[in-house]
Every structure is written in C-alpha cells, then in structure tokens.
Design a protein around this ligand. Sequence first.
Ligand code: SF4
Length: 179
Amino acid sequence: MKENINENRLKEQCIEMAAILGLDVPVPEKVLLTALADPNYAHHLLVVRNETEYLNYLLMHPPAVAEQVAIDIPTPTLLKRAAQSLLKWAGTGFSTVSNETYERRVNACKTCPNLRVPSSDQNALYSISGAMNHKSVCSKCGCVVKVKARRGTDTCPDKHPFKVGENRWEEEYLETENN
Ligand code: SF4
C-alpha cells in the first residue's frame, strides 16, 4: 500500500516535470530524480525545452551519476519538498546566485550546527547527490546544502544567532514550513 502511494506520487511529479518542459507524456523517473539532484542537468533541460532534438537527447541521456545508483522511492516528505523546491526554482527560469553569494552561503553552512551526515537509511536523492557519509545535509530542511546554496529561490531556514531579521546566510529571514 505504502509502495503504491510512493509510486503514485513519483508518477505525479514526473507529470508535473513534463508540464514544465512542455511534454505530453511524463518524464522517465530517472530523469526526474537526476534533475532533482543535479541543478546543471535541470538547468540544461529547461534551456533546451523548445529544441525538440536536444531535449530528447537529454531525456534519453541523463548524467552517468544517476545510472550508477539503483533508484528507490524517496520518502514522500522529502520528495515533496525537493519537488516543490524544483518547481519554485523552475518558475524563475532556474535562476542561480553569483559565485560570491554561493561561497558566503556554503561557508555559513560549513560552520552551522544544523549541518548533518545523512543517516544510512536515507534515500536515493542523497546518494545521487554524492552527499552520503559526510556532513552535507541541512537537518532543518533536508536539503543538500551545496545544491540548495546555488539556487536563487532557496533560503536558509534558521535564524542567525546574532543578527535580528537575518538567517544564517546573512539574508532576510523568512518564515517557511521548514522553520
Ligand atoms: S541552510 Fe542554514 S540552517 Fe541549513 S545548514 Fe545551511 S546555514 Fe545551517
């Protein structure tokens, strides 16, 4: 029963991603999971979405990193968050921050008490992000921080310990469902 629910949710996300790309049929599950884990791949899909030949090529050839991993079904909560993040990001044309902003964010994460090693029972999204076995995941939101920090639409979910109104990235603190 639980497997059916997860499978249905994954299929829904494949349909939503197809809609983003202007496709009539759901994207393959491997494409969805790769795009969630690899911003560059997601970015390239969006950039070529009006170029049928290139788009089909990318859909047929997701990066090798995804092919090395046996794809299991991510937990509904994590997939929901990751998919929401991807959809929000897609809405801005997959905007990314400058290198300067990215470095500031990642450096803040490196010293943050919320940075954790993903537990071994966590799922394929972390594996295909290369995020297993070292401190790489924000325990407040479940995101891989090196991916999260690059996205223009993402925000740090924790208040700065000293700076009122700011988060740990020294940006405006926003209330979200993950706070
Ligand atoms: S996103 Fe914010 S709360 Fe999460 S690890 Fe980075 S600095 Fe810490």
